[in-house]
Design a protein around this ligand. Structure first.
Ligand code: ADP
Ligand code: MG
Length: 661
């Protein structure tokens, strides 16, 4: 008998080698194994008569096997045999499969599945005795991912073996579903259906059962985290609210939304419970000042603050910005090569993830994450061992649909900077057909003639040409850079991407800041918050590769100085669907709306760009399944206090350790 928690080393047929291989991809128990869900199924349940086999397709026959033989050619062996039914016969062919020859018995009836080749042959067919329950033939057969590095047949056989002997204790979530008169199958049934469905139609409901469990587990961890969080003490507070709240060194008046957000944060910072707040605001809405003001007041009250940026580039930029906005606050930049020796005077320490390793030394009262896409879901699961933890503020331009907010981020407080600074003009956006490329280059040249200090960004999805056939047409920075150099003779054309050395990157960026570069060819590396005040035109190549929210982020890179700005979207592959989607962004300038549209059109993965999968990284569920989210939310409320999923654990991501350390 197996249970969900049975270690794979106790499963018959799994040896030390296989167990180790699986452990290396984090598959340790029976439930881990069963959650390797099939990628697809082959319907081998329909038997075909030998005289009507469809050429080139996979078919299943029932018959006797005779004339099993083996040949040798060099190191390779070939096996053949003949299968018969009442309508005729067909040749079976294998290679390097001597085992099969020793297996077949002439008086036994077999189910035989394989691809029908030319000259009446079945190529590499799978055979099973009739009467025995079929695993590989005579049914709908599962096919698995290759990441387990196990042969399909082995995975299938093991899944079958485990499911035969699996005992699942009554699941509170199944009992809950029963009270809701839900049509979802219970956990054991779902697992059986997922691996060996009687009909493929059943699979989607079974998947939903697992997806629901994932959602409930996430919601549960969120709530537990919130409760535990509220038992903690903050590292430091601000005892009296400062007046004025925004220091006089800020050269502009804050928008109402900025002011409100600052008030909300300051209120939290006055409490002994640590803040866990999300600061959401469109690109260019001015989140930096909001966070900077909070840091400023804490530093003045004698505490240190850490700001963690996603890239070095951004860390440097924040340091400069914050130094000029708050001249009487000490701002230190932290690089991996320059470690902090010891705690010193209160200050703001800015850096990338390397800061995390030094939090012990910095001992900040507040940790600020900028443009952190992998926030939230996991933060809370980590605070657990410490009695006092810093306040946390996470800034993001990624709009989060309301449904997600309620269920999955219920542990966070939220401030919205839902207003742009006055005078900011929306970026004029066009979808440009390929045949107008030359014209648009000419147009850019004219613009640069009239506005000599303007700069142009050209964003390509890839760094290098793609070797995969289906992505060969996608624009890459390296080739585009050459192309632009020859299309814009006499202009300075820079190149910036993530595969350059740090030194090369720095040179490119410095040249851009010093206006030595007029046109910068780059990758989405610029998406995450780089502030280039003079960039006024952005071209996005292969724009169909990006979600609308990402395009909106990229578009936010231009026009920050309050001047006119333009965004040209080139499409590398003609698709009506893609063009329609891109048209939407030419007329919409609200990040939340664009995210909502993304969710509807492409699913939630797209919301968070291609690389930030950590956040969108649901294994089974999909963010856009609102019904299931609602059900999960309710289930979380009514399930017993000590409930936690037996099959799904949501691992804390790297950034969550921050709070714990
Ligand atoms: P984001 O929210 O995208 O991080 P930033 O904080 O980088 O935005 O701000 C974008 C630009 O707008 C910066 O150059 C900043 O100095 C400027 N800015 C911020 N708030 C205001 C304001 N209230 N009035 C005018 N300009 C502002
Ligand atoms: Mg920013």
């Amino acid at each position: 008998m197996y249970y969900l928690s049975t270690p794979l080393t106790d499963v018959q047929g799994i040896g030390a080698v296989t167990a180790k291989k699986l452990a290396s991809i984090d598959i340790h128990t029976v439930s881990d194994f069963l959650l390797i869900l099939p990628l697809r199924y082959d319907d081998r349940s329909q038997h075909t008569a030998i005289d009507s086999l469809p050429l080139g397709e996979v078919a299943t026959i029932t018959g006797y096997i005779t004339d099993a033989k083996q040949f040798r050619k060099g190191k390779r062996t070939f096996q053949s045999a003949t299968a018969h039914d009442e309508t005729g016969s067909i040749k079976l062919q294998w290679f390097n499969n001597p085992y099969i020859i020793s297996q077949v018995q002439p008086e036994v009836l077999y189910t035989i599945s394989g691809k029908v080749g030319k000259y009446q042959t079945l190529v590499q067919p799978t055979i099973e005795k009739v009467g025995q329950e079929g695993i590989h033939t005579g049914r709908i057969v599962p096919f698995y991912t290759s990441t387990t590095r196990m042969p399909q047949g082995t995975t299938r056989r093991l899944a079958h073996h485990i499911l035969k002997q699996l005992a699942v204790e009554t699941q509170p979530l199944d009992e809950y579903l029963h009270t809701q008169h839900s049509t979802l199958p219970d956990l054991l049934t779902a697992l059986k259906i997922l691996h060996f469905p009687d009909q493929e139609n059943d699979v989607s409901e079974a998947k939903k059962r697992i997806a629901l469990e994932e959602f409930v587990q996430i919601a549960r961890q969120g709530r537990v985290g919130k409760e535990e969080w509220s038992d903690k003490a903050s590292v430091g507070q601000i005892h009296t609210q400062p007046q004025p709240i925004v220091p006089a060194s800020i050269p502009f008046a804050p928008t109402n939304a900025q002011e409100r957000s600052i008030q909300e944060i300051m209120h939290d910072l006055g409490r002994t419970t640590p803040m866990n707040r999300l600061l959401i605001g469109d690109v260019g809405s001015g989140k930096t000042v909001v966070a900077g003001t909070a840091a400023y007041h804490l530093v003045r009250a004698g505490h240190s603050v850490a700001l963690i940026a996603p890239t070095k580039l951004l860390a440097t930029q924040h340091t400069e910005t914050l130094r000029s906005l708050f001249p009487d606050m000490e701002v230190a930049v932290l690089t991996s090569t320059r470690a902090l020796k010891e705690a010193s005077t209160p200050r703001l320490v800015v850096g990338t993830h390397s800061v995390i390793n030094q939090l012990e030394t910095i001992s900040p009262a507040l940790v600020i994450y900028d443009e952190q896409h992998r926030f939230g879901v996991l933060h809370r699961s980590t605070v657990m061992d410490k009695k006092t933890i810093p306040h946390t503020l996470t800034m993001t331009a990624t709009p989060i649909p309301r449904s997600m907010m309620l269920t999955l981020f219920s542990h966070l407080s939220v401030s919205h900077v839902d207003e742009l600074p006055r005078g900011r003009k929306p970026t004029t956006t066009w979808v440009v057909p390929e045949q107008k490329r030359a014209d648009s280059y000419q147009w850019i040249k004219n613009q640069l003639k009239t506005n000599p200090d303007w700069q142009v960004l050209i964003v390509c999805p890839f760094v290098n040409p793609s070797e995969a056939e289906h992505t060969a047409h996608v624009a890459n920075a390296v080739e585009t850079h050459k192309h632009i150099q020859s299309a814009f003779p006499g202009y300075t054309v820079g190149l910036l991407h993530g595969q350059q050395t740090k030194k090369e990157q720095k040179t490119s960026i410095t040249a851009m800041f010093q206006k030595d570069t007029q046109i910068l060819v780059t990758t989405p590396i610029v998406e995450v918050g780089v502030d280039l005040p003079q960039a006024s035109i952005i071209i996005i190549e292969s724009a169909e590769r990006f979600g609308l929210a990402s395009l909106h982020q990229l578009r936010g890179r231009v026009g920050r100085a309050g001047s006119e700005s333009y965004c040209l979207l080139f499409v590398s592959k003609k698709s009506g669907e893609a063009t329609k989607r891109l048209r939407y962004i030419t007329t919409h300038h609200n990040g939340s709306e664009l995210a909502q549209k993304d969710l509807e059109m492409r699913g939630a993965g797209s919301l968070f760009g291609t690389e930030q999968s950590g956040f969108a990284g649901l294994r089974f569920a999909s963010w856009s399944n609102i019904e299931l989210l609602k059900l999960a939310q309710h289930a979380d409320e009514v399930l017993p206090k000590q409930w936690s999923s037996e099959i799904i654990s949501i691992a804390p991501s790297a950034d969550t350790q921050v709070v714990a350390n």
